[in-house]
Structures are given as structure tokens and as C-alpha cells.
Design a protein around this ligand. Structure first.
Ligand code: ATP
Ligand code: MG
Length: 297
């Protein structure tokens, strides 16, 4: 099977992109036994930090694997490059499946300076036919051959690899808080997607996040959908139809920060999240598996 690329994107910051990326990675790896790799394309490096921890993130071993180093060097130009040079094979993962890799292509804040250099060299956002883009595409191809699922965590705002990520994704997940201000940001982001020809797939879904499951958040969602919300949410076939008894799907409020992200000793997936959050994550995974992997429950 060729691995599927799932990108988690939204230009709006703080909507839950990284949290969603990590939650899905952990779920696919532990619950489905999928070989999973996360590519961190956000120079803030939150996903790298969560999946490697302080000590490894600042070690010599990781320094040589940072995304800008990979795209700068000729490592990927070889016929069959050694992938261990560009990623960390075993990232911090739940304790359930030590036999299944959860890997990470890490990033560091130096990527911002690297992007500035690219802009100086190639002009703004014109990376269509350049070495860094060829190398990034090659990386995606190689990862597809080795992994079942490739999750790409992306930064807020603009970034130079945006077009390449969007064009090569089998699925684009757009986390969004169900409130009017986030909904406004979704229109802006949809306009950016529409301006980017999407080659691999047209599968784009809103994922509701950061709501209180005990609140009337589903009413808020109905209200947003009634106003022609621009990106179809998970669990809905037709975003223009508002149902009376709709059961919306999303990843609701974490009662506590997933302790697995901070734990020194790895804990099992079951210990990481409260059960309502686990149910939410599994429901989203089920929909992705049905739509993208063709796996039905
Ligand atoms: N489903 C959720 N429910 C409640 N809080 C959440 C949820 N998802 C994320 N958060 C919290 O919201 C904050 C922002 O989350 P996160 O860092 O994942 O967002 P982001 O979109 O990746 O941010 P950035 O745009 O800076 O990369 C964090 O404090 C996180 O713990
Ligand atoms: Mg983030």
C-alpha cells in the first residue's frame, strides 16, 4: 500500500493544528498499527518538541535532521537515500506498539531564516520548479513507500512549502473553533486553497476543535453551516443542509493536557486522554480511514 499524506492546515493560529496532528499520529500508530510519520513544517517546532522532548531536540543527532538541513543538502538527491539521515525513526510514542514506528521529520526556528534565503533566491512563493521543492517532493515519495500515513503539521500564516504540501496531500484537515471569528478565518483559508490547484485529492474537511462538549456547541455549528460555511465539516455530506438532530463530529475540549506529551516514561494511549476525547479522536480516525484508506469499520 502506498502511504497517504494528510495535512493539517489553517492560516489561523492556535486552532489546534499541532494537537490534532499528534492525536491522530498516536491513534493511527497505536490503534491501527499504521507506520506513521509526522513532518513538522512549522518553524515554531511544537510537534518536534512534543515528539522528541527537550534533550533529543537539542542533540547533535537531531540537528543534522532538521528540515532546512535536509532541503539544503544533497542527501535526498541520491537514488535510494538513507532515510535515517532525514528523520528520527522512533519518536516519543505511547507505550502500546514499540514494534510500529512513529517517526518525525523535525524542524527548528532556523527554518525561518532558511525561508528568507529562499525568497531572496527564488522570489516570494515561487518555488514551483526549484531544488528545495524537488527534494521535498522526493521526501514525500520516499515516505509514501515506507509509511502507511504521513501527517504534515503546518504553520499559521503563509509558508513557502504551502503549495507543495497542498498539491501532494490525499487529505487536508482544517481545524476550526466553532465560533464566528474562526469561521471568518476559514473563508480566507478556503480562498487560499482555491488559488492552489490541488492535484492529488480534493478531500478537505473542517475539524471542530476546542469546544466544550457539555455546551451547545452543535447549535453554534448549525448556525455557522446555515451561513454557507466554506469547508465541509467531518461527518457531513452536504454542508448546505442543516439538520434538526445533527450529530456533529469534532475533537472537544481536553480536560487535561495529554500527559503522554510531557511524560518522561511512556504511557499507554488509554492513559493519555480522557475517554470522551478518545472517542472523538477515534471517530475522526474512522472517517479518515473510510474516506481515504477505504477501510470500513
Ligand atoms: N480540541 C482541543 N480542545 C481544547 N484545547 C485544545 C484543543 N486542541 C488544542 N487545544 C489547545 O489550544 C492551544 C493551541 O493548540 P495548538 O498548538 O495545537 O494549535 P495550532 O493551531 O497548532 O497553533 P499554531 O497556529 O501556533 O501552530 C494549545 O494550548 C492546546 O492545548
Ligand atoms: Mg501548531
Amino acid at each position: 500500500m502506498s502511504g497517504k499524506i494528510i495535512s493539517i492546515c489553517n492560516r489561523k493560529g492556535g486552532v489546534g493544528k499541532t494537537t490534532t496532528t499528534i492525536a491522530l499520529a498516536q491513534a493511527f500508530q497505536t490503534q491501527d498499527g499504521y507506520k506513521t510519520v509526522v513532518i513538522d513544517t512549522d518553524p515554531q517546532g511544537t510537534a518536534s518538541h512534543a515528539l522528541l522532548g527537550d534533550e533529543l531536540l537539542f542533540s547533535k543527532e537531531i540537528e543534522s535532521k532538521f528540515l532546512h538541513r535536509t532541503l539544503e543538502s544533497s542527501t535526498l538527491d541520491k537514488k535510494s537515500p538513507d532515510l535515517t539521515l532525514v528523520l528520527r525513526r522512533m519518536a516519543r510514542a505511547p507505550s502500546d506498539r514499540p514494534d510500529v514506528p512513529l517517526s518525525i521529520v523535525p524542524i527548528s526556528p532556523d527554518f525561518w531564516e532558511y525561508e528568507r534565503r529562499l525568497r531572496r533566491k527564488y522570489g516570494p512563493i515561487r518555488l514551483g520548479n526549484t531544488k528545495p521543492v524537488h527534494r521535498f517532493r522526493k521526501l514525500l515519495r520516499l515516505l509514501r513507500a515506507e509509511y502507511d500515513v504521513i501527517l504534515i503539521d503546518t504553520p499559521p500564516g503563509m509558508f513557502e512549502l504551502f503549495e507543495t504540501v497542498i498539491r501532494n496531500s490525499d487529505a487536508i484537515i482544517v481545524p476550526c473553533v466553532p465560533d464566528p471569528l474562526s469561521a471568518w478565518g476559514m473563508q480566507v483559508f478556503k480562498d487560499a486553497l482555491d488559488a492552489t490547484p490541488i492535484r492529488e485529492s480534493n478531500y478537505i474537511r473542517t475539524l471542530w476543535t476546542q469546544f466544550d462538549p457539555a455546551s451547545n456547541w452543535m447549535d453554534n455549528v448549525d448556525h455557522l453551516l446555515a451561513k454557507n460555511f466554506p469547508i465541509t465539516p467531518f461527518g457531513i455530506k452536504d454542508s448546505n443542509t442543516v439538520g434538526e438532530q445533527r450529530q456533529h463530529v469534532g475533537i472537544g475540549q481536553y480536560v487535561k493536557v495529554p500527559i503522554g506529551i510531557q511524560a518522561i516514561e511512556p504511557v499507554s494511549w488509554n492513559q493519555m486522554y480522557p475517554s470522551s476525547v478518545k472517542t472523538d479522536i477515534l471517530k475522526v480516525c474512522e472517517l479518515i480511514k473510510a474516506d481515504i484508506f477505504g477501510v470500513t469499520p
